[in-house]
Design a protein around this ligand. Structure first.
Ligand code: ATP
Length: 358
């Protein structure tokens, strides 16, 4: 038995001249919730459809549970699916909706009843069997959709933007419900979204996609704390980007220095950082510190001027102008406030500076 429930090997799918999936390799472990995350049009749904069998790749192979399924029709793949524009059958009760996939598969009446009740218990909707979809809330409808996908015990659950029709608060609640449900079942799941907060909250691992390719695969922590490309750093959370040239490398201390305009910025030394190389430094705005102008200097402490301050309730969001036109975004807890036009000191803690050698 292989460790992986799903494997995409070198999968390429074209639509005319558009390469929607460009040599994708992705291995999804048993019991793992993997999210495909990326902006609209990056190829998430295309990749999911290669797993479901709605797409046959032009190149590459798709393995499910160790078997080559590339050309096997969807209904023989034992998958449960919940889609963005999915709808319950309005003329059928909750019970009948969940029962439907079992009818198609020809299960006996007693067996159907047992499975449907088990699925309704799973989504905490016992007692709603006789309700019609219009008589239950949007979140409940979505849960019934999940029950319908799970009722025939699929090997894998595939979810394509399943929460996009719900309001923001319900979306947030449903994230936890879905995570909890998947934990209880121990099922392998693939989740498609363009919402990074949803991806970080839900997933065991995230595959970040961009222009038909997978840019990075990692745990939510890895994706957020150690993005491997500018695209990932920019797409996940907020980042300040600073471009500089290496002017010193101190391997003993594990540090390097880059010149940015007329500033010298100390960064952790990394592979490929030789003198003169271009380095892209990025740091999260909530890891930058802001101090009064009277604060003493130190490593990576630079003067700046507040060009904009926006109070966001739980945070204060600043644009700080530094040196020759460099503007950094800084977010603080807002306990100490600085005014627009005020001189400040800005601190870029070395251990929060991330780099890509360009
Ligand atoms: P979204 O988040 O908007 O759903 P996505 O990341 O799921 O986007 P895909 O739907 O996989 O992206 O589309 C990838 C690319 O392939 C896009 O450029 C899209 O226009 C194109 N595409 C997708 N389906 C087809 C199709 N049936 N015919 C032609 N082009 C298509």
């Amino acid at each position: 038995m292989t460790d992986y429930m799903i494997e995409l090997r070198n999968v390429t799918k074209r639509y005319g001249s558009i390469v929607a999936n460009d040599h994708i390799n992705l291995s999804i472990r048993r019991g793992e919730l993997m999210t495909l995350l990326g902006p609209s049009g990056c190829g998430k749904t295309t990749a999911l459809r290669c797993i479901t069998g709605h797409n046959i790749p032009d190149e590459g192979r798709v393995f499910i549970d160790g078997q080559d399924m590339t050309e096997v029709p969807t209904h023989k793949r034992e998958l449960g699916m919940v889609f963005q524009n999915f709808a319950l059958f309005p003329h059928m009760t909750v019970f009948e909706n969940v029962e439907f996939p079992l009818m198609i598969r020809g299960l006996s009446k007693a067996e159907r009843r047992e499975r449907v009740m088990e699925a309704l218990r799973l989504i905490r909707m016992e007692g709603y069997e006789k309700h019609y979809p219009r008589q239950i809330s949007g979140g409940q409808q979505q849960r019934v959709g999940l029950a319908r996908a799970l009722v025939y015990h699929p090997k894998v659950l595939l979810l394509d933007e399943p929460l996009s029709n719900l309001d923001a608060k319900l979306r947030e609640e449903m994230r936890f419900e879905i995570r909890d449900l998947i934990d209880r079942l121990g099922i392998t799941a693939v989740y498609v979204t363009h919402d990074q907060a949803e991806a970080l909250a839900l997933s065991d691992r995230v595959a970040v996609m961009h222009a038909g390719r997978i840019e990075q695969v990692g745990t939510p922590d890895e994706i957020y704390d150690s993005p491997q490309s500018r695209f990932v750093a920019d797409f996940i959370g907020l980042s300040d980007f600073i471009e500089g040239k290496v002017t010193a490398v101190d391997t003993n201390q594990g540090r390097a220095t880059i010149r940015v305009d007329d500033l010298e910025v100390v960064i952790p030394a990394g592979p490929g950082m030789t003198l003169g190389r271009n380095v892209l430094l990025f740091i999260r705005p909530n890891n930058v510190e802001l101090w009064p102008a009277s604060h003493q200097g130190g490593i990576n402490v630079f003067p700046g001027v507040v060009s904009k301050m926006t109070y966001l309730g739980d945070r204060a969001d600043y644009r700080i102008k530094m040196g020759e036109g460099l503007i950094l975004r800084v977010q603080t807890d807002g306990k100490v406030r600085f005014e627009e036009g005020e001189n400040v000191k800005i601190h870029l803690p070395v251990n929060f500076c991330r780099t890509i050698v360009e």
